[in-house]
Design a protein around this ligand. Sequence first.
Ligand code: HXC
Length: 260
Amino acid sequence: MSFEHLLFTKEDGIAVITLNRPKALNALNKALLLELSSALEQVENDSSVHALILTGAGDKAFVAGADISEMRVMTPHEARAFARLGQAVMTKIERLAQPTIAAVNGYALGGGCELAMACDIRLASVNAKFGQPEVNLGVIAGFGGTQRLQRLVGAGIAKELLMTGDMISAERAAAIGLVNHVYEAAELLPKAKELAKKIAQKAPVAIKLSKQSVNEGVNMDIDRALSHEAELFALCFATEDQKEGMSAFLEKRSARFEGK
Ligand code: HXC
């Protein structure tokens, strides 16, 4: 499948989607969001893909937000539909069967920060900048930012970022838990691939269920979340991977997981 606004590659079981509108700093317009949605479906249905990396084209931006020229003329009705489209794409990323890594190579603002937050893990280059600048434009975050940001960094810091519109450095983003690691620009993609490969070597069903347990548990009270975790733990014991993983340990050899 070929795309106008995305580059899609696959190598060694790792898919890389590069958001590719560099002249507009990879801003998310409707067409790009629809293509991203199709690309995600392609990844989800491809059992040879073990992890997905999302990054931006060029050395300046990951994604500088939703496309302001497209939004400027929207009616409230169109704006709601646009928010729902973006939210659906972010949720698709969040719930993707495979693990997802955002390799944030520059500005991750507004919808760009929201896109990064929908991924499981965020890595950033030293020149990356994060922020939710929507209040400068007379709007609020609408692709899940008011919700995912507070879950990641806590309500106090989330409200400061959402209310000031301030941009923060990669270093500050790491300090507040918004990104996992910061690398030199040239190191970012290699490090993202290294991490993706490391995760890809683990038991695939266990990776999927770890992700599901964290994602679903965060919206439950602790008793329900623990019971949910126990159910998913039990499910692992119906897999070949559990038998292989535990046998390999006891037999002092490395495990060969098949994701079954
Ligand atoms: C459309 C954008 C854009 C955006 C940049 N561009 N961001 N176009 N939508 N979000 C375009 C510029 O218009 C310009 O086009 C080109 O990209 C380069 O940008 P410059 O501003 O010239 O670059 P620079 O001076 O280096 O500044 C970089 C920047 C700035 C700080 C990232 O571009 C910026 O502030 N962008 C907007 C960031 C933002 O407000 N994001 C939140 C959007 S709201 P030309 O044609 O002039 O070369 C949002 C809501 C999500 O995301 C929820 C929706 C429901």
